[in-house]
Unconditional design. Structure first.
Length: 349
């Protein structure tokens, strides 16, 4: 009788342990399986008007439509204001959510990154920072956080390679004054931004390594804005005129703004004698169209659909308590917390 009772007690202890383990895992996943509800994902975006981000948002919406009852994305527009984003995050954490996707406004501000990461960690919610690379040292402190983005160094290098190739194979199309020097204007995304800094640094480094002699006429922070870039180039063109041979933009929105400005002065409308080489990053549909028409030199394609799919696939793994890259072809880079989405050159030679 004693042995039988002991066996029952042992069985109950094992079952209790298994139940506790399952419950702990379910808590980590932040999902009540019994509810059979969609995974609730809060997507915090810097600004709905951003061209590339609007494409990622649309692709996430498509994923939700293609997976009825599995996932529910709610999007929050920070309007480029960290205070607004902070308030949005506070409200979401009070309401509860299964996964957070964060496009942080002040991504290089240590106090902001620390505050946001600590808040989310306290709520025990998995979080993916994306596109705007935060201080990775901060997100390393929370084991349910990671970064998905693009390789800004590669972006810059490829921009430089496009220009170097055009310079070496079709120099007269750029070197209008025949002085053997590439005179350029740089449209930089924003100050103290790692992506902007790397795209700038490595585009110029690629030109230097290719043996291209360059001269910077002007450097303008256009804050990823098409309108600000347009205004900047309109103003610069009045001052420098056709001295500008190349415009290097950190993204396509600024590149498109620059082309609009040039076209207002009769440039980049199809006349090869009145064409200024413009390069950007993102591969927006409008940019690809202009490249095919010979009105823009090139861009670096960043597939918004690939980004959205990575956010969804990796996010679902995190919610379920799995290894983030389980069952995928994604890999962490040398930091151990960042996953890079490949990019490619679009350039009509």
């Amino acid at each position: 009788m004693f042995k039988k009772m002991l066996s029952i007690i042992m069985f109950l202890m094992i079952m209790s342990y298994m139940l506790f383990s399952f419950k702990e895992k379910a808590t980590f996943a932040s999902i009540n399986v019994a509810e059979k509800r969609p995974v609730r994902v809060a997507v915090f975006l810097i600004n709905f008007s951003d061209d590339y981000i609007s494409l990622v948002r649309k692709d996430l919406e498509d994923i939700q439509e293609e997976n009825p009852g599995k996932v529910e994305f709610t999007f929050y527009d920070a309007k480029s204001n960290q205070a607004v984003q902070n308030e949005q995050l506070d409200n979401v954490l009070k309401e509860g959510v299964d996964l957070i996707i964060m496009h942080l406004v002040k991504n290089r501000d240590e106090l902001t990154v620390k505050r946001v990461t600590n808040q989310i960690a306290k709520a025990n919610i998995p979080v993916i920072f994306f596109n705007r690379e935060p201080l990775l040292s901060e997100i390393k402190r929370y084991n349910k956080s990671l970064y998905i983005g693009l390789d800004a160094k590669s972006d810059g290098t490829m921009e430089g390679e496009i220009l170097a190739n055009e310079w070496n194979t079709n120099r007269d199309s750029i070197d209008k004054n025949h002085d053997g020097i590439m005179q350029y204007v740089l449209l930089e995304g924003e100050r103290n931004n790692l992506v902007a800094a790397d795209r700038t640094k490595y585009s110029l480094l690629a030109l230097s390594e290719a043996g291209v002699v360059t001269q910077e006429l002007e450097r303008v922070f256009a804050y990823w804005s098409r309108e600000l870039a347009k205004e900047a180039i309109e103003s610069l063109f009045l001052k420098t005129g056709p001295k500008i041979e190349v415009i290097i933009a950190n993204d396509d929105s600024m590149a498109l703004g620059a082309i609009e400005a040039l076209q207002s002065y009769g440039y980049n409308l199809g006349d090869k004698e009145k064409n200024i080489a413009v390069v950007g990053v993102e591969g927006l549909p409008e940019s690809q169209k202009l490249i095919n028409e010979g009105l823009m030199l090139g861009t670096i394609f960043q597939d918004p659909k690939a980004m959205a799919e990575a956010l969804y696939t990796i996010g679902m793994n995190m919610v379920k308590g799995r290894d983030p890259i389980e069952g995928t072809d994604y890999q962490f880079d040398q930091t151990g917390v960042a996953i890079r989405i490949p990019n490619q050159i679009i350039y009509k030679k």
